[in-house]
Design a binder for this molecule. Structure first.
Ligand code: PLP
Length: 392
């Protein structure tokens, strides 16, 4: 067998079949449907007897190319692309669970995922238990006979908690649960949860995969058997990724490896800078030796990624003052962009949670999240330095 190419190469060299024009760069297939040679081919394709494109809600050459790339990088059997990360998260729950089922979820989880569990799934009789990832005995206690799924984020948004995937993969297997990992912060370049026994890996492609703050997208990859139900759910309910977004995301994949290298290099320098500041209570970054799960992060991630979280002295007011003090960094809700972004979860993404829920998710009033961009590191540090001075 030929040697498997490196992920950076696969992300560049995997592409849709060339058309009769022999284009070098894959064109955009803006078409809602596809034509058939004859009635029999059309019948067979609708009956799933032969593979092919029928209608862009089901599949399209651009979305297929994007899915193929992520599957290769995650070493997954199959995948399904969605209009957004949340559409992918919701479809995973809705396609695989039914009334009476139970989910075990880590307490530090993306705000909208938290809201789906509380506001949507409970209405349909799908219950959940949150567990603190640092307390292994709590995991055992959380499992009940109806537990069908374990859902985690690692690193988590925004607290940057790390879960030992090797341990969790074995735990999920022992309890016969579907392990789902939201792999958004690490990207398929830095971490492959399926290797540790996760059944599914989910991404908000809106973040690092696009990487330039342009389009929305989501993807689930993993076991073929589960993907059949997820794909059928998408086909009927319609939250499909648009071919245009898939085309943009597929091109973005070509630079993902390079971008993650620089994001990680810059973020480590920002984290080290923050640790030296007297106004900073604590810093969280997977590849900082002070991270409580540093050894685990080093074991399961290729680099620390671009996200850094820190607690500024002085709580909510000081946090907002710091946000107002930055000049170059953007104040925006996105992350994973080439541009450095600062955000204050307690007053924005997690404002809908109760104070108690926020604290359980590790979101203190002074928590500031930095999505470290790929600008020159000296300019990023200088911006943060002057923001600290101004916020005093
Ligand atoms: C942003 C994000 C999502 C949701 O993705 P969208 O593309 O915004 O719908 C899910 N999980 C994590 C960890 C995220 O950061």
């Amino acid at each position: 067998m030929p040697r498997r190419k490196h992920p950076e190469t696969l992300a560049i060299r995997t592409q849709a079949e060339r058309s009769r024009f022999n284009e070098h760069s894959v064109p955009l297939y803006l078409t809602s449907s596809f034509v058939f040679e004859d009635a029999e081919t059309m019948r067979a394709m609708f009956a799933d007897e032969i593979e092919g494109n029928i209608y862009s809600r089901f599949s399209n050459p651009n979305t297929t190319e994007f899915i193929d790339k992520i599957c290769l990088l995650e070493e997954a059997e199959a995948g399904v692309a969605f209009a957004s990360g949340m559409a992918a998260v919701f479809a995973t729950f809705a396609a695989l669970l039914k009334t009476g089922d139970h989910i075990v979820c880590c307490s530090s989880v993306f705000g909208s995922t938290h809201t789906i569990l509380e506001k949507q799934l409970l209405r349909w009789g799908i219950t959940h238990t949150y567990v603190d990832i640092h307390k292994t005995d709590e995991w055992e206690k959380a499992i009940i006979p109806d537990t069908k799924m374990i859902f985690v984020e690692t690193p988590s948004n925004p607290a940057l908690d790390i879960i030992d995937l090797d341990w969790l993969g074995k735990f999920a297997k022992k309890h016969n649960c579907i392990l789902v990992v939201d792999n958004c912060f690490a990207t398929p370049i830095l971490q492959q949860p399926l290797k540790y026994g996760a059944a599914l890996s989910i991404h908000s492609a809106t973040k690092y995969i696009d990487g330039q703050g342009r389009v929305m997208g989501g993807i689930v990859v993993g076991q073929k058997e589960l993907m059949i139900d997820i794909k059928a759910f998408l086909r009927q309910t319609g939250a499909a990724m648009s071919p245009f977004n898939a085309w943009v995301l597929s091109k973005s994949m070509e630079t993902l490896g390079l971008r993650m290298e620089r994001h990680s290099e810059n973020a480590l320098k920002v984290a080290e800078f923050l640790e030296k500041q007297s106004d900073v209570e604590s810093v969280k970054y997977p590849f900082l030796p002070s991270h409580p799960k540093y050894a685990v992060a080093k074991k399961q991630m290729k680099a620390g990624g671009g996200m850094v979280a820190f607690i500024i002295n002085g709580g909510l007011e000081r946090g907002k003052k710091f946000m107002d003090g930055v000049e170059m960094a953007s104040l925006t809700g996105n992350l994973g962009d080439t541009r450095t972004i600062v955000s204050h979860p307690a007053s924005t993404t997690h404002a809908k949670l109760t104070e108690q829920e926020r604290l359980a998710s590790g979101i203190l009033p002074g928590l500031i999240r930095i999505s470290v961009g790929i600008e020159h590191i000296d300019d990023i540090i200088e911006d943060l330095e002057q923001a600290f001075k101004k916020s005093k």
